[in-house]
Design a protein around this ligand. Structure first.
Ligand SMILES: Cc1ncc(C[n+]2csc(CCOP(=O)(O)OP(=O)(O)O)c2C)c(N)n1
Ligand SMILES: [Mg+2]
Length: 1005
């Protein structure tokens, strides 16, 4: 059957141009294979074939203009694919139903494990205890006979009725201030508690000893003891029982360690034999090789650390997007689902950072049950209590529960169990609820007698409850985060939980075990020196088998290799697949695409005008036809796809949505309709630059975290890039990310109408500060193509640990053909675009980057024709790359004063050329000034210093004095200053172009 292939609904366009024809008569094609590429003045989009078959007729050619309904080709197919499609949809529904049923049956088996509501004696607030008892018995009967789902249903129904009846219901954001998992339901640890306790003691000791030793070398070195002291059990239980390492059979769990608890990780690695005593002695002394970095820095310890976490807040949000990206890879069929987990450790103070909690609703929405947060609530941050007047644990519970997380509170240790059991009136729980964190902190600093008086002393029944306990017994009442049984039970529950992410909120003591020198006192965080008495106390508290002499010498403790502790510790890690943390990569490089993918961008566009953003989007469209590159591309967009003309990607490769699309999109008839799918490739992030950047980092480090090389391309409003998420970009550098950051709508006068808070004239300066970020500001599409192609080669084929920042513009203009031999210069940062050799005796070196190069080209023409000033026009693709080269060569020359002077690339370019340099860009002058020291020519820069504002491009360029008229006038003036020309030419030009000399400098306006 022959069918017509026509142009579908393409939105608001009457007539668009065909820029590519991708089929010919006789081709056998599949459904959705692209037929032609259409281009409007803003975006390009492929038209896919509606069916599979053989092309029998072609009705268009490149350059034709078409509209909705225009006939493109005819295709002959064996059968319509419509039926097939219906069938596959049916299959999806069937498998979904099956999963639902499976989960239901799992639930039923779980019912047996659910605890009945305890029939507790009533409190004195209860006016009718008999009635209360009847209610509780009814509930227990339902749990027993019909299971927890029915019980929950009934309760919800009762609550709804109560709301409807206008009852004021209790706030249900939080639960009582006790452990979430009742004692009877705790899963017991299979570990040998005696040995684990010893191991923990040695790790604690060695971590503290390492910090104290470093500070004997120099107090400049710093470090932290109190934080790891509070978190040791939380890490130890994970290391002994839960965290599976990466090896040839398994991808490995990913652990984001709290940055300043790093000493604990080194101390454990020492016992495991992975780090030597010599290395421990070099904690925070990294300049001569062999030291240990202060915090988790993959850049400095590339075989050890995986995630840079010490800038608070970045770890949690990066981990959330990491968990999502892991699901993305699985759902796209690039990785198998092995049940890997992502664990994130953060401090309670750290949760103040907006980034820490800013994406928790996304984690729940995406059902990230591969994600486990552990918040170490030692109630303190650096200066004092996190919530002196409140309770951080309750506050966090409310936030996480509200967002849809599974919350597991681990507040009280086992020593409290008998007391809670004996608390028949609920008074102990009431007291636990009413004490605020500031008081809890003071209690741990001041001892058992103080706790008896201040905590239990409030109610006579509670004094009675602890009457047989000594002050020391009371002092020993431990917090949940220090109890390996409670921690194990919580971790176990977290591992089992399905359908949402889990947060374990554990209560601990900051500086646990440090006694007077630092336990639960406000100055704990800063404590990095322990005197002899403190050390002896610490040793005794944890029974570390060291003599007084050894303690005095601050010796490390490591039992012999054949000791039960070392054997146990190594065996545990062996069972869990290897050591953690460890950084490695088994990813295969991606073969760079053939040149022809980029070939069309090297030619002149003739009269056709386009922006570099359009060129880039076209390039990405072409890359999606390369079988090596296509599946690995990860386009990331924070709600600006339409701004950048990328809406064509929605339908073509789909938007990632773990639940597929549950609705028919409003624009379903259109070619670029909004298509969400489980195997979608585009990460459409919504309005979160921090989230989008976190996704980018996850994809850009997939080569090490998942052993698969990915090519993330994150496209954003350049103003909301480095300025907004600069710290993430710095962390990306540390993590050795590989990928493209595209600052679109770039340039202070190129993005015209948006005004002050949108116009970017400085992102390149910010980018240039990151040592492994390679950045470019190209003008023409061939420059973009050369740069992008080289980026693919360097990062993804040659695996250099660099990332690219490229600015893309939204100004349409025609693009010339690539000058012969320009490639090398494009990549190095500048090349000779054109020599203006008319009749002029005076020469200048005119440099321009981005769209302002075009103003420079126009100015050169005027200078030559009207003022007899000739110019060499340099297209500068990267002032920043030129500076890097200049700095390095200058340093080499200074180091070798007796050698022949080496020339920087800038010098090589300019040495045989005459005249002063006039450099102009759409960025602040500091951007082009970067190269000023590396040429001995007089240097003048023009730029866009000051706040942006909205107007037309022409007016803005005049305002910032980077339009062709200002370039001409300022050049003439510079020539006068250099005594190459009289001043009258410049004066005339200022007059001719109505340049107001009295106008204030734009930074002051
Ligand atoms: C973005 C950022 N701001 C400030 C710091 C400095 N800093 C390091 S630790 C710390 C206090 C941390 O308190 P908390 O999160 O409660 O961790 P704890 O040490 O108590 O476990 C601060 C402010 C930092 N590392 N990162
Ligand atoms: Mg804290």
């Amino acid at each position: 059957m022959t069918q017509n292939i026509s142009v579908p609904d393409i939105g608001d366009f009457d007539s668009v141009e065909i820029i590519e024809v991708l089929i010919k008569v006789g081709d056998q094609i599949n459904k959705d294979d692209p037929i032609v590429t259409l281009e409007s003045d803003k975006s390009s989009v492929e038209v896919p074939s509606p069916i599979a078959g053989k092309i029998t007729e072609l009705n268009i050619k490149v350059g034709d203009k078409v509209a909705k309904g225009s006939l493109l080709a005819k295709i002959e197919s064996g059968e319509s694919n419509l039926e097939q499609e219906k069938d596959s949809k049916k299959n999806v529904v069937l498998t979904e139903e099956k999963t639902v049923k499976k989960i239901d049956s799992e639930n039923i088996t779980n019912i047996k494990n659910i605890k009945k509501v305890l029939d507790q004696s009533s409190s004195k607030d209860d006016v009718d205890p008999l009635e209360t008892k009847e209610w509780i018995e009814s509930l227990n009967a339902v749990i027993e006979n019909d299971g927890p789902s029915r019980a929950s249903y009934l309760l919800n129904k009762v609550v709804s009725e109560a709301y409807a009846a206008g009852l004021v219901l209790p706030d249900t954001r939080t639960t009582p201030y006790i452990n979430t998992i009742p004692t009877e339901l705790e899963v017991k640890s299979p570990g040998n508690q005696n040995i684990e306790k010893k191991i923990r003691a040695y790790v604690r000791w060695n971590a503290a000893a390492m910090v104290v030793r470093a500070n004997k070398v120099s107090s400049e070195l710093g470090g932290h003891i109190g934080t790891f002291a509070s978190a040791a059990t939380l890490y130890d239980v994970g290391m002994n029982h839960f965290w599976r390492a990466k090896n040839k059979d398994f991808g490995g769990d990913l652990i984001y360690f709290q940055g300043h608890s790093a000493p604990g990780m080194y101390a454990r690695a020492f016992l495991e034999g992975r780090l030597s005593e010599k290395q421990l002695n070099r904690f925070r002394q990294e300049v001569d090789t062999g030291g240990l970095s202060s915090y988790p820095h993959p850049w400095l310890m590339p075989k050890f650390w995986q995630f840079p976490t010490v800038s608070m807040g970045l770890g949690p949000i990066m981990a959330i997007y990491q968990a999502r990206f892991l699901k993305y890879l699985i759902n796209r069929g690039l990785l198998k689902d092995e049940g890997r987990k992502i664990w994130v450790f953060l401090g309670d103070g750290e949760t103040d950072e907006p980034e820490s909690l800013g994406a928790i609703s996304l984690a729940a929405r995406e059902k990230l049950d591969n994600l486990i947060f552990v918040v170490n609530c030692n109630l303190q941050r650096l200066d004092g209590p996190v919530r002196g007047n409140g309770k951080i644990i309750q506050e966090l519970e409310g936030s996480f529960r509200g967002a849809g997380w599974n919350v597991l509170k681990v507040i009280w240790g086992s020593y409290w169990d008998p007391l809670l059991k004996a608390d028949k009136t609920g008074l102990l729980m009431k007291r636990m609820n009413e004490v605020v964190d500031g008081e809890y902190q003071a209690m741990k600093a001041k001892g058992g007698a103080y706790v008896r008086e201040k905590f239990f002393g409030k109610y006579p029944e509670l004094i009675e409850l602890v009457s047989s306990m000594t002050d020391n017994d009371i002092w020993k009442l431990n917090r949940g985060g220090h109890d390996p049984h409670k921690v194990y039970a919580a971790y176990h529950a977290a591992m089992q939980h399905q359908g949402s992410p889990t947060v374990v909120i554990a209560k601990t003591v900051k500086g646990y075990g440090m006694g007077k020198s630092g336990e639960s006192i406000n100055t704990t965080h800063q404590q990095k020196k322990l005197d002899e008495q403190d050390l002896l106390y610490y040793r005794d508290r944890f029974n570390v088998p060291l003599t007084n002499e050894q303690v005095k010498n601050i010796e490390y403790y490591k039992p012999p290799e054949n000791s039960e502790e070392i054997k146990y510790l190594k065996e545990r890690r062996k069972q869990l697949g290897g050591f953690i943390p460890e950084r490695s990569s088994l990813a295969k490089p991606i073969k760079a695409p053939p040149k022809d993918i980029f070939e069309s961008f090297m030619k002149s566009t003739g009269d056709k005008e386009m922006s570099t953003t359009m060129a880039l989007v076209r390039m990405l469209t072409n890359l999606l036809r390369d079988k090596n590159v296509a599946p690995r591309l990860v386009p990331i967009i924070p709600d600006e796809a339409r701004t950048f003309g990328m809406e064509g990607f929605f339908r073509k490769i789909g938007i990632y949505a773990h639940e597929g699309q549950k609705y028919e999109p409003e624009d379903s008839e259109q070619l670029s309709s909004y298509k969400e799918t489980k195997s979608g490739q585009v990460l459409e992030e919504g309005i979160t630059e921090a989230g989008a950047m976190s996704s980018w980092i996850a994809a850009a480090t997939a080569y090490t975290n998942h052993d698969i090389e990915m090519i993330p391309v994150y496209i954003f409003y350049s103003m909301f890039g480095f300025q907004r998420i600069g710290d993430f970009a710095w962390a990306a550098g540390d993590a050795q990310a590989r990928g493209f950051l595209i600052g679109a709508t770039a340039g202070r006068t190129t993005l015209a109408g948006e005004g002050l808070q949108h116009q970017d004239g400085h992102s390149h300066i910010l980018a240039s500060m990151i040592p492994n970020c390679v950045s470019y500001d190209p003008t023409f599409s061939y420059e973009m193509a050369v740069i992008f192609r080289e980026g693919l080669r360097r990062m993804h084929e040659k695996n250099e640990n660099i990332f690219y920042y490229i600015t893309a513009m939204n100004e349409n203009y025609s693009h010339p053909e690539k000058p012969k031999g320009a490639d090398e210069g494009i990549l190095k940062g500048m090349y000779l675009f054109k020599e203006n050799r008319n009749k002029g005796k005076i020469k200048i070196q005119l440099m321009g980057s981005g769209t302002i190069l075009r103003e420079a080209i126009a100015a050169a023409k005027i200078l030559s024709e009207e003022y007899s000033v000739d110019s060499d026009i340099w297209s500068v693709t990267s002032f920043s790359e030129l500076r890097k080269d200049g700095m390095e060569i200058e340093r080499r020359n200074l180091l070798n004063p007796s050698n022949k002077k080496e020339k920087s690339y800038i010098e090589e370019c300019l040495e045989k050329r005459d005249g002063p340099v006039i450099a102009v860009s759409d960025y602040v002058r500091a951007f082009s000034d970067q190269i000023r020291p590396y040429t001995d020519k007089p240097f003048y820069s023009l730029g866009t210093d000051g706040f942006g504002r909205s107007d037309t491009r022409k007016k803005l360029r005049k305002f910032f004095e980077v339009d062709k008229e200002h370039i001409v006038a300022y050049t003439l003036s510079a020539l006068a200053k250099e005594q190459l020309l009289g001043s009258d030419s410049a004066e005339k030009a200022f007059k001719k172009y109505n340049i107001d000399k009295k106008k204030a400098f734009p930074t002051k306006l």
